[in-house]
Design a protein around this ligand. Structure first.
Ligand SMILES: [Zn+2]
Length: 232
C-alpha cells in the first residue's frame, strides 16, 4: 500500500474515532442534565412560592374578617342592651355597625378571589408534580439506554484504538505529523479522494498539472483546499 492509501485508511479510522468521541460527549451531557426537566422544576418552585403567598393573604383576610365579626357582635349586643338611652347614641352605633358590615362584605369578596387564586395555583402545582414525575421516570429509563450505549462505545473505542495503532505503524513520523496538522486545519479531513478530475472534498476541478502528478502517485495538495490528494 502507498503512503497515501495508508493515510486514507487512517483517516477512515480517525473519522470513526471522532464520531465516537462526539457521541460520548453528547451522551455525557444528556445524562448529566435535562434542561427541560430543570426548567419545569424551576417553574414548580415559583408556583409553590406563589401558593405560599396566596395562603398568607388568605390567612390575613380571614383574620381581618374575624376581627370585624367581633366588632359587629359587640355593637349588636350594644344595640340590644338598655345602656343606650338616647336616639343619637343609638344612631351612632347603628352607623358603626353598617360600616363594619360593609367592610366585612368587601373582605369576603377579597377572600373569595384569594380562595380562587389558591385553588388555581394548587391545581397548577399538582399538574406540574405529575408532569415532573413522568419526566423523571422517563429519564431514569432513558439514562439506562444512554449508559448502555456509552458502554458499547467504550468497547467499540478499544477496537478502533487497536486498529489505529495498526494503521499508524507503516506511516513515517513526519508524514503522520503533516497529516495530523492538516486534519486539524481542515475540519477532520486531511486526505481527499480524487473523483474524475475533481477534488472529492472541495468539489473543484484540479489543474491538469496537479492531476498528472496525482496520477503519477506523487504527494500533491489540492490547488483549492490544500488537502492531500489520493487517487485510489
Ligand atoms: Zn480540494
Amino acid at each position: 500500500m502507498s503512503v497515501l492509501a495508508d493515510l486514507a485508511a487512517l483517516q477512515e479510522v480517525d473519522s470513526q474515532r471522532d464520531e465516537l468521541i462526539t457521541r460520548t460527549r453528547e451522551l455525557q451531557r444528556l445524562i448529566a442534565d435535562d434542561p427541560h426537566l430543570t426548567e419545569r422544576q424551576q417553574l414548580r418552585a415559583a408556583v409553590q412560592q406563589a401558593l405560599r403567598e396566596h395562603r398568607l393573604i388568605q390567612a390575613r383576610i380571614e383574620g381581618e374578617i374575624a376581627t370585624e365579626q367581633e366588632q359587629i357582635t359587640r355593637r349588636e349586643e350594644l344595640l340590644r342592651s338598655p345602656s343606650i338611652q338616647d336616639e343619637h347614641s343609638y344612631l351612632a352605633v347603628q352607623q358603626e355597625l353598617d360600616h363594619h358590615r360593609n367592610h366585612t362584605h368587601d373582605l369576603e369578596d377579597a377572600l373569595l378571589a384569594t380562595l380562587e387564586d389558591v385553588e388555581v395555583t394548587d391545581r397548577r402545582l399538582a399538574d406540574l408534580d405529575r408532569e415532573i414525575a413522568a419526566l423523571e421516570a422517563g429519564r431514569v429509563e432513558q439514562i439506562k439506554v444512554w449508559k448502555k450505549e456509552l458502554q458499547s462505545i467504550v468497547t467499540a473505542g478499544r477496537g478502533i484504538e487497536a486498529e489505529r495503532v495498526r494503521r499508524v505503524a507503516p506511516i513515517p513520523a513526519d508524514t503522520l505529523q503533516h497529516y495530523e496538522r492538516l486534519r486539524r486545519e481542515k475540519g477532520g479531513r486531511a486526505v481527499s479522494v480524487v473523483q474524475g478530475h475533481m477534488c472529492g472534498a472541495c468539489r473543484l476541478t484540479l489543474s491538469a498539472g496537479t492531476f498528472t502528478r496525482v496520477r503519477g502517485g506523487s504527494f500533491v495538495h489540492c490547488d483549492h483546499c490544500g488537502r492531500l490528494l489520493y487517487l485510489p
